[in-house]
Write a protein that binds this ligand. Structure first.
Ligand SMILES: Cc1cc2nc3c(=O)[nH]c(=O)nc-3n(C[C@H](O)[C@H](O)[C@H](O)COP(=O)(O)OP(=O)(O)OC[C@H]3O[C@@H](n4cnc5c(N)ncnc54)[C@H](O)[C@@H]3O)c2cc1C
Length: 433
């Protein structure tokens, strides 16, 4: 009998399984496809591998020219097989993490047959508590490839229509445009809803610079094969990609045997990740929550594991950052509506950005009337790293003056953060550029 059965070996599942096992709690993790789930096999990892490749292809020449170095770059035949090697390495690393921690791994689909009993490949597994980490799957249309399939393509299509203006759609559009496809990005509203106007403007400008045709306010009526019919006309592409959202994946027998509430967005949970049934926790993309990212899935897995092991924790979604891996990248954290003032600082006034030829973008910090930091935004290269500084600031409501009087290394890109806070007190040092 296991203390905890974890269903799903993705970002949420492998973290929960390994953390619980390291605490000495008898745990099993069941995975029906590949360890690492969406993030490793068809999300973050293949997508960011291709993002880096496309960045090198399109920007190294430009950065080389900036620095007086002759750079000749071209894509080689093995780009896609290199991506696949990294994916399989990280997938087996996820499984090893769970096994090395002492949890039992089962490969196969878990079906819940009764309270405390699941079946995997005909074998019955008994458990006391359940963590559902079964993730989500993309919404699919006949003959149209999904976002998960797009990042695993093994060739560069001549032309591509990407439907969906969220982070996955934007990233896929820019990657393939830079790899050589002629790309059209179609979206019902504006792209990147939830991000600031400034961030959207930078990203749209950069997409258009890369040759992406951005078609906002196009309502898709039908998508099939290589055709997309919208309220403004019909478009055809060699490949059509649907990046229009995802649905939760529920293990068979879950709602029949447990008092778990589910809506169209996923399983309803409390802030400690417990469902309406106190024996069942749910974490990651399968839950009804605003932030469907791998890092929030891993955080929720830690919260659930701590709570189960007697050290209760609660999730605060306000402090979970989001990043779009476009170029320029955009990172945000916190709640802009809580800010009474915004301090901004552009990268083109930062010494390190000027040295490196990375002058696009800016830092924006929102603070309240007590000067506490409640929002952060980084637009530009390395936003994925810089936003983590602002995440700490938002989490602990750091005072702008304390940030302004903290010494940052010179020259560094993060001086944009330092200077944004300094500018509020007339202490910024890079204003002359
Ligand atoms: C193109 C793309 C790019 C992305 N980029 C990023 C990014 O840059 N950063 C980021 O943070 N997030 C990114 N994401 C989102 C991220 O991948 C997901 O939020 C994350 O993988 C969710 O983790 P999870 O463990 O909840 O679910 P999943 O990773 O989907 O894992 C669920 C696992 O459960 C298994 N499973 C399901 N049902 C059963 C069952 N009954 N029995 C056994 N096993 C079962 C599945 O096979 C799967 O492996 C991206 C997603 C996509 C599609």
């Amino acid at each position: 009998m296991y203390e905890v059965l974890v269903i799903g070996g993705g970002s949420a599942g492998y973290v929960a399984g390994s953390v619980l096992a390291r605490k000495g709690i008898k745990t099993a993790v069941v995975e029906k496809e590949k360890f690492g789930g969406t993030c490793v096999n068809s999300g973050c990892v293949p997508s960011i591998f291709l993002f880096d490749s496309s960045f090198m292809l399109s920007r190294w020449k430009e950065i080389g020219d900036y620095k007086g170095i002759n750079v000749d770059v071209e894509m080689s035949d093995c780009t896609f097989s290199k991506r696949d090697d990294i994916v399989s390495y990280l997938s087996s690393a996820g499984r090893s993490l769970v096994e090395n921690a002492g949890a039992q791994v089962y490969l196969g689909e878990a079906k819940i047959r009764e309270k405390g009993k699941a079946e995997v490949n005909g074998e019955t597994i008994e458990f006391k508590r359940l963590i559902v980490a079964s993730g989500s799957s993309p919404i699919s249309y006949p003959g149209v490839i999904t976002e998960d399939e797009a990042v695993n393509l093994r060739y560069v299509p001549r032309d591509m229509i990407v439907v969906g203006g969220g982070y996955a759609g934007v990233e896929i559009a820019q990657i393939f445009a830079r790899l050589g496809s002629s790309v059209t990005l179609v979206t019902r509203h504006r792209i990147l809803s939830g991000f600031s106007e400034k961030a959207r403007d930078y990203v749209i400008q950069s997409l258009e610079f890369d040759g992406v045709q951005v078609k906002e306010f196009h309502e898709v009526i039908k998508m099939e094969g290589n055709e997309v019919v919208t309220n403004k006309g019909t478009m055809k592409g060699e490949v059509v990609v649907s990046a229009m959202g995802r649905r939760p994946v529920l293990p068979e027998g879950l709602t029949k045997n447990y008092n778990v509430k589910v809506n169209e967005k996923g399983i309803a949970v409390r802030r400690n990740m417990m469902t309406d049934d106190c024996d069942v926790f749910a974490v990651g993309d399968v839950i009804d929550k605003p932030n469907k990212t791998a890092h929030s899935a891993m955080y929720e897995a830690i919260v659930a594991s701590q709570t189960i092991s007697g050290t209760p924790m609660e999730v605060s979604y306000e402090c979970i950052p989001k990043v779009i891996y476009s170029d320029p990248q955009v990172g945000i954290v916190g709640v802009p509506e809580k800010a009474t003032k915004i301090a901004e600082f552009p990268f083109n006034a930062v010494t390190r950005a000027t040295i490196s030829g990375l002058r696009d973008g800016m830092v924006r910090i929102g603070f309240n009337e007590r000067n506490e930091i409640v929002y952060g935004e980084v637009i530009g290269k390395n936003a994925e790293e810089l936003i983590n500084i602002l995440t700490l600031a938002v989490k602990y409501r750091v005072n702008m003056f304390d940030l302004a009087t903290t010494v940052f290394v010179h020259p560094s890109l993060s001086e944009a953060i330092s200077n944004a806070s300094k500018s509020v007190f007339d202490l910024d040092v890079d204003r002359f550029k």
